[in-house]
Design a protein around this ligand. Sequence first.
Ligand code: FAD
Length: 544
Amino acid sequence: MIRLTDIKLPLDHAEGALEAAIRAKLGLGKDGLRSFTVFRRGYDARKRGAIALIYTLDVEVADEAAMLGRHADDKHVQPTPDTSYHFVAQAPEDLGQRPIVIGFGPCGLFAGLLLAQMGYRPIILDRGKAVRERTVDTWGLWRKRKLEPESNVQFGEGGAGTFSDGKLHSQISDPHHHGRKVLTEFVKAGAPEEILYVSKPHIGTFRLVTMVENMRETIQSLGGEIRFSQRVDDLLVDTDADGKRQLRGVVLNDGEQLLSDHVVLAVGHSARDTFFMLHDRGVYLEAKPFSIGFRVEHPQSIIDQARFGSQAGHPILGAADYKLVHHCKNGRSVYSFCMCPGGTVVAAASEPERVVTNGMSQYSRNERNANAAIVVGIEPKDYAAFDDSGSPLAGIALQRALESRAYELGGRDYSAPGQLVGDFIKGKPSAEFGQVQPSYKPGVHLTDLAPALPDYAIEAIREALPAFDRQIKGFGMHDAILTGVETRTSSPVRIRRGEDYQSLNTRGLYPAGEGAGYAGGILSAAVDGIRVAEAVAKDINASR
Ligand code: FAD
């Protein structure tokens, strides 16, 4: 196969135009082109009046070698790379101890799936419930203001991304095409085929639920075991005479001990109690930068118009997204994050009497509002104002303080505190909604958001919003709504691991995914799960 890249066609091109473009590019006459498939389809919307589709195509021609020879100097005509997945190990027949995976979010799910596919029959533990029961609990907060601390947006089967927009793009370096393996498995589990070729694939929350269930069944059919409502509360660690530490197993919340020398730790960024336990047990971890801010909501039509002009609403383009960044006078950077076109703002707390926002959408992305986090980067030195003990967990103190303050500002009933953008910029409390109705459930309490974040963050966001309006006309509209707070943009800690993927000071413990600071999003967490599963499999085989 030959891969053609950067084939540009107008948005509304005729059906036969793709084939004609291939023939023109390769100088093919009537014969010679056997078949072609679309590997990737993106768009270039920089010129709103002339939005173009950009294709990457895999083409089969009669004489491939000759064709490649004729285009040897053209970087857009190359042999198609092998992006299929090749297993790195196979479990021995007498496996003995089974590896354990803690957490059944995207990272643990893919670590577990890969281990199961290689024959290692993993035991997977998640503190939360199976996804259907978890959905009921999650809606309990959104509808009835009742938070279940062990079963919510953050905890339970499928992990944090289950109630999300299901965006599946990532900018990680992926030389072994593990991202392709993730997308292929998602399609097998029920995701739409188009995620394999559109440049910014998304699944939406509704389909994710069924997919997660299907993947659970696959793991079980391969001999894996998945246990819900099983929280890991402690580690069993042996220390030898030289002070070297080897993990021997885990202790569950009901006291049960599970022995294994290979444990994947994929607990996500909200497992704060687990981070404290790891620290108490001497596992090496360090404070890591993350970001704080608010969610902003605009009418989706404003974003579509600004990005696509007269092509707004075109079915191929769908609801428009955006990515914004502004470097502020006070040295901080403000950027948009986790943008959810045509979606809703969701209550994403996992601890009582705290409020956190996030965003999700359905596959159709056809809700009235666009939302995104507008956040300010912060660093470990900023955490000292909330915990000056020098602890690597100081970022958690900051998160907790801001989430508690948001709970207070929201009226102490899980409503999110909110303010109109125009009022926020002027420093005036809001009293009434305007053109934009907020989507956050159970409700938004209008107030002054200035006390919700440290002064430097408020100052930075006040400066950034008008700057963003210059990039997306209408972004600074008076009636757009800010709700808060965003504190869980990524993990506040990094659980460092070596090149063998094992904890720097605790052999047998494989920190992975977003909670360990090695991923930021569904796709990158899943890819990290694959990498760690490969490392575990190789180590099990090598240690026999
Ligand atoms: P998690 O998904 O957080 O999974 C960790 C799991 O570990 C949880 O199920 C938890 O119950 C379990 N656990 C924790 N502690 C323990 C313990 N002690 N014992 C046993 N189990 C434990 N990313 C995107 O790429 N695209 C999006 O559109 C997107 N939207 C999002 C929307 C929302 C509302 C949220 C909250 C997040 C969103 N994200 C999105 C981020 C994405 O969900 C995360 O990056 C991703 O889920 C991280 O995967 P993970 O497996 O590392 O951790």
